[in-house]
Design a protein around this ligand. Structure first.
Ligand code: C2E
Ligand code: MG
Ligand code: MG
Length: 566
């Protein structure tokens, strides 16, 4: 029922207006003064105000003026009733927001028409406003939840769908499969046929996917060429595999682009809730890890996530981004950990260890970022930087007469796979004027054993440069002692794990005695790393170990401090 506020002094006229309007079905509120009216308007929020305050008095203007400044009340239509024929007053009222003015005497019809028209206009405005608001809200909603190119749900909506599916699945003790799919050759299409063609291809692929998959599955576009598919409650792995094979078949048909037919291949990674994880973001990364694995296979292949696959953590992603800029921004430093000769009783060299001081988070340990830089290939420029820095620093020390025998640099397995590694090291030695015998290269046992034959060839190339070669972390890999004979190496670096509390560990004592004796027979020097206590030092000295490195001699330190220790 529409509500009308009548502001009119008591009397026959007011009674007549009230009677007429209630008879017409309006709900009536009534008052005779402007102050009470304001209160009523605020409380009751009428659909229309019928105001008979005299146009000659100030009350009328005050009321209109007040309403003008109330944004939420501004839209209430106001019809004035007056006995004064004064166009100026009338215009003033309109300019203050009155919508109509009836001059007494007027007929009932006049009054009802005036009210109906105002209310109808009001309704039309409200409807238009509501529609506009709804459209805007829908548009915003779509934009925030759907990909504008393919019109598929985006990452936000995918997460919701996945959450729903997981909630339902856990009630029914069922699984949810999360598939991530990447179109393998989108980049070539973009590069050769242009981005418009790439967009067409993406749209067509999206349509094919939604076309063949059951309605219960949700397909979303995650990034450029990557899609995700949520399969709620698959009966078994076979159901998923069938679905995957349908996807490959469908995407395997050629796509018609202007002037060209192209063929696409795709790779799919699959992670299962709750088997692999119950956490959405972990599940997504697991599916991605499986996808990465699938991509290495031939085209059109899929892989289920396995716990031994490396999954990128949020942390790692952040570090990876920083890592890309760290060299440019000069955030790395090389520190030196002294190597101590047990027979000479003095420091004869050091191991160079990279240090990364990030401006925001501070120190990030090599244990965290070296594996990541190996995965991303960034270890190659980083490793070159370490080599250059160390060689030029060592050359400076030699120049200034410091008794440094050799500084060791760690080489990663990724660097070992660089065909031109020996060449690059040669260039660095030449550029920094460092005689090669002062550079030592530490290669871990595990890195060597990955692909032993080419590794042996490479070690020979390195050896020919005149540098010294050490096997790092010896004892942690699977290098059999007989292999050592074949390797052109100079130093065995025994891993910390054998050294820790050596005086209390009879097994390790006997291993170390044998390893040291055998190494000496092969004309290798032995260095033990991670020596933290005097007793560990004495024990190793007793076994004939040549060198030690560890906190007992000194922790890694910057170049200035190391020069002082020398
Ligand atoms: P690593 O080559 O075996 O280096 C020895 C690690 O043991 C260093 O850790 C060193 O700080 C630590 N350490 C030394 N003495 C002791 C000790 O007495 N007790 C204990 N508990 N630890 C000791 P850091 O510097 O964190 O380096 C870790 C690993 O990161 C290195 O192991 C090496 O594999 C790698 N790394 C460091 N710098 C480089 C680099 O420039 N290039 C490459 N490719 N790898 C590097
Ligand atoms: Mg090392
Ligand atoms: Mg080591």
């Amino acid at each position: 029922m529409r509500k009308i506020l009548i502001i009119e002094s008591q009397g026959e006229l007011r009674a007549a207006h009230m009677a007429l309007l209630s008879h017409e079905g309006y709900e009536i509120i009534v008052t005779d003064g402007s102050t009470a009216a304001l209160e009523l308007i605020r409380k009751q929020y009428p659909d229309l105000i019928l105001c008979a305050l005299e146009l000659s008095g100030g009350d009328n203007f005050e009321l209109l003026q007040y309403l003008q400044h109330q944004p939420d009340l501004l839209s209430i239509p106001i019809v004035l009733l007056t006995t004064i024929r004064n166009e100026l007053r009338w215009r003033q009222s309109v300019s203050l927001g009155a919508d109509d003015c009836l001059i007494v005497p007027f007929s009932d019809r006049d009054l009802l028409d005036a009210i109906t028209i105002r209310l109808r206009k009001q309704d039309a405005l409200t409807t238009r406003y509501n529609t506009l608001m709804r459209h805007t809200a829908e548009r915003l909603n779509r934009l925030s939840r759907y990909d504008s190119l393919t019109e598929l749900p985006n990452y936000q909506l995918l997460k919701q769908r996945l959450e729903q599916a997981m909630r339902r699945a856990s009630k029914g003790k069922q699984q949810v499969a999360l598939l991530t799919l990447s179109l393998d050759r989108l980049r070539q299409v973009n590069n050769t046929l242009g981005y418009a063609a790439g967009d067409m291809l993406l749209t067509a692929a999206a349509q094919r996917l939604t076309g063949i998959l059951p309605r219960s599955t949700a397909v979303a576009r995650l990034t450029g060429n990557q899609f995700a598919i949520v399969v709620p409650a698959p009966k078994s792995r076979d159901t998923i595999i069938e679905m995957v094979s349908d996807i490959f078949t469908s995407l395997g048909h050629s796509f018609s682009l202007p002037g060209q037919q192209v063929f696409m291949t795709a790779s799919i990674g699959i992670a299962l809730f709750p088997e692999d994880s119950e956490d959405i973001s972990v599940l997504l990364r697991q599916a991605d890890a499986a996808l990465d694995w699938a991509k290495v296979q031939k085209s059109h292949s899929y892989r289920f996530y396995r716990p031994d696959l490396p999954v990128v953590s949020g942390d790692e992603l952040q570090i990876e981004t920083w890592l890309r800029y760290a060299l440019e921004r000069d955030e790395f430093e090389v520190w030196y950990q002294p190597k101590y000769s047990l027979s000479q009783g003095r420091i004869v060299g050091a191991e160079a260890l990279i240090r990364w001081q990030h401006p925001e988070t501070g120190y990030i340990s090599p244990g965290k970022f070296i594996p990541l830089s190996e995965e991303t290939g960034l270890i190659v420029p980083i490793g070159d930087w370490v080599l250059k820095t160390v060689c030029s620093q060592t050359a400076k020390w030699l120049h200034s007469g410091q008794p440094v025998v050799a500084i060791a640099v760690n080489l990663s397995s990724v660097q070992l796979n660089q065909a031109d590694l020996a060449q690059r090291i040669q260039t660095i030695l030449t550029d920094t004027h460092l005689p090669p015998e002062h550079l030592e290269l530490e290669v871990t046992e595990t890195a060597l054993m990955q692909d032993i034959e080419p590794a042996i060839a490479l070690l020979h190339d390195l050896k020919d440069l005149g540098v010294r070669i050490a096997i790092d972390d010896f004892g942690t890999g699977y290098a059999s002692l007989s292999y050592l004979q074949k390797l052109p190496i100079d130093i065995l670096k025994i891993d910390t794990s054998f050294v820790r509390n050596i005086h209390e560990n009879a097994t390790n004592q006997s291993i170390l005695r044998h390893v040291i004796a055998m190494a000496h027979e092969l004309d290798l020097k032995v260095i033990a790393e991670g020596i933290e206590t005097e007793i560990e030092m004495h024990t190793l000295k007793g076994f004939g170990c040549d060198l030690i490195q560890g906190y007992w001699v000194g922790t890694p330190m910057d170049a200035t401090e190391f020069a002082q220790r020398l």
